[in-house]
Design a protein around this ligand. Structure first.
Ligand code: ZN
Length: 163
């Protein structure tokens, strides 16, 4: 079976950034990563480039920032009063948080730092502006189940506990 919309893909991967040889993330030790195609589960530049591949295929894939975690936008850096966050919350740069907009939609931000009694929150992904270089190997391709399609993400073996 070839990778296409509504298939579930498992793959081994290594991720490097830009011209660096350092592996910053990989499936080693954790087993292959599984995800559903066509539901925004992985960065678009990677998804586009694995369409049509099948089990055993191995590729080097480069993803530009625009098709990866985005181009840095300084207007997404916002300051909020320290008091907005829970008192006992430990503020650590790089820590991700979920915020809610006026429509109640949640969106991710990362703590950028503290300035006086303000906490700086950054709506840019920590890997914004980075060119992603994946080395991937496809280990499984299967049709998604009806439940996976309804939920918009892959389900593992056994019980499914969430939301
Ligand atoms: Zn689910």
């Amino acid at each position: 079976m070839k990778i296409g919309k509504d298939t579930v893909v498992s793959m081994e991967y290594e991720l490097r950034l830009g011209g660096s040889d350092e592996v910053i993330d990989s499936s080693e030790g954790e087993g292959p990563l599984s995800f559903l195609i066509g539901h925004d589960n992985i960065v678009t530049g990677l998804e586009k480039q694995i369409l049509g591949l099948t089990v055993g295929d191995e590729r080097d894939i480069e993803v530009a920032p625009e098709d990866g975690y985005g181009v840095r936008d300084e207007s997404k850096l916002i300051a909020v009063p320290r008091t907005v966050l829970p008192q006992d919350f430990e503020i650590e740069p790089g820590l991700p948080l979920e915020l809610e907009d006026e429509q109640g939609e949640s969106f991710p931000v990362w703590i950028a730092g503290v300035e006086g009694d303000q906490v700086m929150l950054d709506g840019n992904h920590p890997l914004a502006d980075e060119t992603l270089r994946f080395h991937i190997k496809i280990t499984e391709v299967r049709k998604a189940t009806a439940t996976e399609l309804t939920h918009g993400h892959v389900h593992g073996e056994g019980d499914h506990h969430h939301h």
